[in-house]
Design a protein around this ligand. Structure first.
Ligand SMILES: Cc1ncc(COP(=O)(O)O)c(C=O)c1O
Length: 456
C-alpha cells in the first residue's frame, strides 16, 4: 500500500539545533550598532535579549544542545508529519513526487512555537518575568503567548493594526494563553504615539510594531524583547524541521530535488532548508532551494542588499539584508507574515551566493493554488505557505510538460483557520494583486543608513 504520511516518535525529536554559521562559505556580515556604526558587542544587546540567545546569535558551533524542558514541550506536537501528496499529484496530473512537511499541527498552528518555546525558556532561566513582541499575521504572537504561558511569563503583543482588524480570533487565542494584545501603532509607546498622531487610522507595519515592542522591553523592568524571525538564533531553533524531514525522506526511500518555502523574515524556510545546505555545498547534491515571496513585498527580488534598520523608528541594530527600506508600509495583502521590509541575513547571504534562489508571486494565483491543494489534500493552508504551494504547483506542472519525475518538497508551515476572511475575499473576487513599484525601491535607497565601508 502507498504510504501517505511519514511519522516518527517522541524519541526522534532532534537533540540539537543545527547552526549553519559553522558551514557558511563566508562569515555573515556583522550586526552594526545604530549609533556608533561599528559591530555590536553582547553587552549592547543585553537590554533587549537574554545572554544565552545573544551567544547563540554569534555562535560558530555546528550543534547546540536543545534543553530538556524545551524538548519536553516539543513532544506536544513534534515530530511533525511529512506527507506525500498523492491526491494532489493525481489532481494535477503530474509525474512529480510532491511531499510537504506539515507544521500546522502545533497548538498555535504554525512553525513559530519551535523558537517561541525556546526563547521563553531562556528568558525564564535568566530571571525575566515578561516578554514583549510584535506580530504580523498573529501566528508569531500566538506562539509566543503559548510559550510564555508554559513558562509562567507575562506576554505583551503589539499586533499590526490591519491584522488586528482582519483576524480578531488570533487576538482571542493570544488572550486565552494569557497575553495582552494591542493594535500597533498603539498609544502605549512613544513610537506608536508619534505614528498615531500623524495618521490616527494608520494600518501599521511589522517594522513599526517591532519599534514599539523593543521600546517596551528597554523601558519596562523585568522585560526582554523577542523576535519571531530574521535573526540567526531564530532560524537555528527552526532547524528541527529540516532535521526531522531528512529522516522522514530516508523512511520514504526518496530524496528531494527541490525545496520550496515562503519567506517573510526567513525562519520557516531556514528551518526547513538549512540542514540540507551541507548536502548541497559539501556533498555536491543537486538540490534547488527556492524561496517564495509576495510581489507586494519583494525584499529579495527587488530590494537592495545593504545594511538597514530592522524597525521603522530606526532604533535597533543594523543588519545587512535585502531591504525595501525601513519606512516601507506594505500593501494590505492577506499574507500578513510576509509583509516585512527586510530578510534574514542568512537567507540573504545564501541568495547572494547563488545557493538559494527567490521568486515573487501575486496573491490571486497563490489563493488559486491554495484552493487546489485544499481540495485534494484537505488541509486549508495559511496564505503565507500558500506561496510555496503555488511555486510547487508551477514546478509540478512543468514536470507534466517535460515528463520529469522530480521530487518536490515544500514547507506547509501553518494552517489558515484564522484566515478564512481572506479566502472569503478571494471567493468574492475582491482580492487585488499589488506590485511594488520600482520607483519606491530607488526612494528607499535614499533613506538607507551610511555604514563605514570596512563593514559593507
Ligand atoms: C504561517 C506563517 N508562515 C510564514 C511566516 C513568515 O515568517 P518566516 O519567513 O519567518 O517563516 C509567518 C509569519 O508570521 C507565518 O505566520
Amino acid at each position: 500500500m502507498e504510504q501517505t504520511k511519514f511519522l516518527m516518535s517522541d524519541d526522534d525529536i532532534p537533540t540539537h539545533w543545527y547552526n549553519i554559521q559553522a558551514d557558511l562559505p563566508e562569515p555573515l556580515p556583522p550586526i552594526i550598532h545604530p549609533g556608533r556604526m561599528d559591530p555590536v558587542t553582547p553587552d549592547d544587546l543585553l537590554p533587549v535579549f537574554p545572554m544565552e540567545l545573544i551567544m547563540q546569535e554569534v555562535s560558530q558551533e555546528r550543534w547546540i544542545e536543545i534543553p530538556e524542558p524545551v524538548r519536553d514541550v516539543y513532544k506536544l506536537w513534534r515530530p511533525t508529519p511529512l506527507y506525500r501528496a498523492y491526491r494532489w499529484e493525481k489532481a494535477l496530473g503530474t509525474p512529480a513526487r510532491i511531499y510537504y512537511k506539515w507544521e500546522g499541527v502545533s497548538p498555535p498552528g504554525s512553525h513559530k512555537p519551535n523558537t517561541a518555546v525556546a526563547q521563553a525558556y531562556y528568558n525564564k532561566m535568566e530571571g525575566q518575568t515578561r516578554i514583549s513582541t510584535e506580530t504580523g499575521a498573529g501566528q508569531w504572537g500566538s506562539a509566543l503567548a503559548f510559550g510564555c504561558n508554559l513558562f509562567d511569563l507575562e506576554c505583551k503583543v503589539y499586533m499590526v493594526a490591519i491584522s488586528y482588524d482582519q483576524k480578531p480570533y488570533r487576538k482571542s487565542m493570544m488572550e486565552a494563553w494569557g497575553a495582552s494584545v494591542v493594535p500597533s501603532p498603539s498609544p502605549d509607546t512613544s513610537a506608536g504615539r508619534k505614528y498615531l498622531e500623524e495618521d490616527p487610522s494608520h494600518t501599521g507595519s511589522l517594522g513599526l510594531a517591532i519599534s514599539e515592542a523593543v521600546e517596551d522591553a528597554v523601558t519596562t523592568e523585568g522585560t526582554k524583547y523577542s523576535l519571531g524571525s530574521v535573526l540567526n538564533h531564530v532560524l537555528m531553533h527552526q532547524t528541527i524541521i529540516g532535521q526531522e524531514m531528512k529522516k522522514q525522506f530516508e523512511m520514504a526511500d526518496d530524496y528531494p530535488d527541490m525545496l520550496i518555502g515562503c519567506i517573510g523574515g526567513g525562519s520557516s524556510m531556514g528551518g526547513f532548508s538549512l540542514p540540507y545546505i551541507p548536502d548541497k555545498i559539501k556533498d555536491g547534491k543537486d538540490i534547488q532551494i527556492i524561496c517564495v515571496e509576495p510581489m507586494a513585498s519583494p525584499s529579495v527580488t527587488k530590494g537592495l542588499y545593504k545594511y538597514d534598520f530592522g524597525d521603522t523608528a530606526a532604533t535597533i541594530p543594523l543588519l545587512k539584508m535585502y531591504t525595501l527600506g525601513h519606512s516601507f508600509i506594505p500593501a494590505p495583502i492577506h499574507a500578513g507574515g510576509l509583509r516585512y521590509h527586510g530578510m534574514s541575513p542568512i537567507i540573504c547571504l545564501l541568495n547572494d551566493l547563488g545557493i538559494m534562489e527567490t521568486r515573487a508571486l501575486h496573491q490571486i494565483p497563490v489563493f488559486e493554488a491554495a484552493v487546489s491543494f485544499a481540495a485534494a489534500e484537505g488541509i486549508i493552508p495559511a496564505p503565507e505557505p500558500s506561496h510555496a504551494i503555488k511555486a510547487a504547483m508551477d514546478e509540478a506542472l512543468k514536470c507534466k510538460e517535460t515528463g520529469e519525475e522530480k521530487v518536490i518538497a515544500f514547507n506547509l508551515c501553518g494552517h489558515g483557520h484564522f484566515d478564512m476572511g481572506a479566502f472569503d475575499a478571494y471567493f468574492a473576487g475582491e482580492l487585488v494583486n499589488y506590485e511594488y513599484p520600482a520607483e519606491k525601491v530607488a526612494e528607499a535607497q535614499k533613506e538607507l543608513p551610511e555604514v563605514p565601508a570596512e563593514y559593507r
